[in-house]
Design a protein around this ligand. Structure first.
Ligand SMILES: NC(=O)c1ccc[n+]([C@@H]2O[C@H](COP(=O)([O-])OP(=O)(O)OC[C@H]3O[C@@H](n4cnc5c(N)ncnc54)[C@H](O)[C@@H]3O)[C@@H](O)[C@H]2O)c1
Length: 320
């Protein structure tokens, strides 16, 4: 019998890459997604005949229970979330609903239906900022923006279910991902789309924040290895070791697109903008994973993808 794997948020940026990778396997992949402004079935076009799609809001427990009753998943990989920090600063309500309440609903229903394994996708932002050094999995969570606070709350709910209900969950904390199909409100696709259309490229503050970048395909390969070999109750950082100041990333993209650096426009910094995130991912390395796509190559492939998919980019820019 095929194993049934439910992937929440499978129409999003990371979830869809995971579905494209896992959709080819012997397992039956079921995608659950609310299709918010960020979700898009176009990302699943190449695997649409190999997967099942269900439009469900995880914040609605009855909808979720009905879905579990129908499909009875053996495993759950939980990617669904509201994900944009700027939006959480303006209004955190949808983040609280999806990232906290939605996660609790998913835990409850997964427990009730005796799911065998649950992989919870968190973020390195739960640690807060680090001026130097690397965050280790046992470091305290000190989220500093509303999005990160809801992600930390979501993981604490998962961790508490592991302790109280022996819930068979693992948690991953990826660093910043980039690659094709990312919604153009995040740094890299914003810079590419603005540069391609000869608009000013906004950079927060002086662009001195440091981020660790990982290609989304590498991130999803890491998630699959953790899903297969990881230990229940364990947390795994997913990093790349490639750190760069945002201004350097912006300038590199503009240069690769052959445009003038004068299109950079420094704008008022995001309130509470974390200076730097960086993770120690030795625990993940011990499972036999390392990143395959260096940033220099990954960013070129990503830019090419956006050049070839400008119609999609335009549609997204038209949305709020
Ligand atoms: N992108 C990154 O760099 C990054 C880094 C670390 C962690 N993460 C985490 O990885 C996960 C995926 O991130 P992403 O970048 O693919 O996000 P995304 O915003 O591209 O996709 C999120 C998906 O979740 C769906 N969704 C949102 N609320 C939902 C709800 N209530 N019910 C059902 N579906 C819902 C959306 O429709 C969308 O398809 C998130 O949990 C995020 O916190 C992302």
């Amino acid at each position: 019998m095929k194993r049934k794997i439910l992937i929440t948020g499978g129409a999003g940026f990371i979830g869809s890459e995971l579905v494209r990778q896992m959709g080819q396997s012997k397992d039956q992949v079921i995608v659950l997604d609310k299709l918010t402004y960020c979700g898009d079935l176009a990302r699943l076009e190449s695997v649409k005949n190999m997967i099942k799609f269900c439009k469900v809001d995880i914040a609605d427990k009855e909808q979720l229970r009905a879905l579990f009753d129908k499909v009875r998943p053996d495993y759950v990989i939980h990617c669904a979330a509201e994900t944009h920090v700027d939006r959480s600063i303006v209004d955190n309500t949808p983040f609280i609903k999806s990232n906290i309440l939605g996660t609790q609903n998913l835990i409850d229903v997964s427990c009730a239906f005796k799911v065998k394994k649950f992989l919870h996708v968190s973020t390195d932002e739960v640690y807060g900022e680090h001026v130097c050094g690397y965050f280790k999995e046992n470091d305290p969570l000190q989220p500093r923006n509303p999005y990160a606070a809801t992600k930390a709350a979501g993981e604490w709910l998962v961790q508490s279910a592991v302790k109280t209900h022996k819930f068979p969950a693992m948690i991953v904390r990826p660093c910043n991902c980039y690659g094709p199909w990312q919604y153009p409100e995040k740094l890299i696709p914003v810079v590419i789309s603005k540069t391609l259309t000869d608009q000013k490229v906004p950079v927060y503050g002086q662009g001195l924040q440091v981020r660790e970048w990982l290609h989304v395909a590498d991130c999803c390969r890491a998630m699959q290895i953790i899903f297969r070999k990881g230990k229940t109750g364990e947390v795994y950082n997913i990093g790349s070791g490639f750190e760069q100041k945002n201004i350097k990333t912006v300038m590199a993209i503009i240069k690769l697109l052959g445009k003038d650096q004068k299109i950079i426009k420094f704008v008022k910094d995001r309130p509470g903008h974390d200076y730097r995130y960086s993770v120690d991912f030795n625990r993940l390395k011990s499972l036999g994973w390392k990143p395959k796509i260096p940033f220099e190559a990954g960013i070129k492939i990503t830019i090419q993808w956006y050049i070839q998919n400008q119609k999609w980019l335009k549609q997204k820019q038209a949305k709020p």
